[in-house]
Design a protein around this ligand. Structure first.
Ligand SMILES: CC(C)(COP(=O)(O)OP(=O)(O)OC[C@H]1O[C@@H](n2cnc3c(N)ncnc32)[C@H](O)[C@@H]1OP(=O)(O)O)[C@@H](O)C(=O)NCCC(=O)NCCS
Length: 179
């Protein structure tokens, strides 16, 4: 599954150590907007934190796999898989795009590419997404990709401001194939 994904415009490439500086600068420049919904920004204070994250990504079924989302060689954000459970063939998907690149359909396309690759190149049966109820853009995106809302997990996300609820969404293999 560690391959480059491409739709002729967007390129998704697994992150490597040399991406750390660019990734940190992008996230740091938009820290306030992105940090509203992503817990990891609280813990990401320097390039070294991003390097540590990337170096510990050792695969879809292990600690995770994250793709950089590029357009014309510019890094715009990431989409990745984590918390995989091989025994039950399921994993979580997460994604973000820096604000200058939002509102153009790139994120839906990038997440769609990653979802298709996961079903094509792994034995995954169920993909999950966990989304704060106030994250309207992310809810629209995931519902556009035919994920179904299953319910509300109470206080399952820890932010520096406290524990927050999130919706649990899922997409099953046959649902993607038929969408
Ligand atoms: C969640 C997130 C990735 C969504 O990004 P996004 O750019 O809104 O998503 P999309 O790529 O699907 O773009 C959709 C928007 O682009 C518009 N758009 C413009 N041109 C388009 C095109 N050619 N095709 C599709 N949509 C297009 C759509 O109308 C839509 O706008 P709307 O939301 O006002 O209806 C982004 O808001 C983000 O990174 N947020 C911060 C981090 C975050 O919350 N991550 C998710 C945690 S669960």
């Amino acid at each position: 599954m560690r391959r480059v994904l491409n739709d002729g415009d967007l390129v998704l490439r697994p992150l490597v150590a040399r991406d750390a500086g660019e990734l940190f600068m992008l996230a740091d420049a938009h820290r306030k907007a992105l940090g509203r919904f992503m817990t990891w920004l609280d813990r990401t204070k320097a390039v070294a934190d991003v390097s540590f994250y990337i170096l510990n990504l050792d695969g879809f079924w292990k600690s995770g796999l994250t793709y950089g989302i590029f357009r014309q060689d510019t890094l715009m954000g990431t989409v990745g898989f984590h918390n995989a459970d091989h025994r039950n063939d399921k994993a979580e998907i997460g994604y973000w795009l820096a604000p200058p690149y939002q509102g153009r359909g790139y994120a839906t396309r990038a997440v769609g590419l990653a979802v298709d690759a996961a079903f094509q190149f792994t034995s995954i049966h169920r993909l999950e997404a966990k989304i704060c109820p106030t994250n309207a853009s992310s809810i629209k995106l995931i519902e556009r990709l035919a994920f179904q809302r299953e319910g509300l997990e109470r206080q399952g996300l820890k932010f520096h401001t406290g524990y927050r609820d999130h919706y649990v969404y899922s997409l099953l293999r046959h649902e993607r194939e038929s969408s």
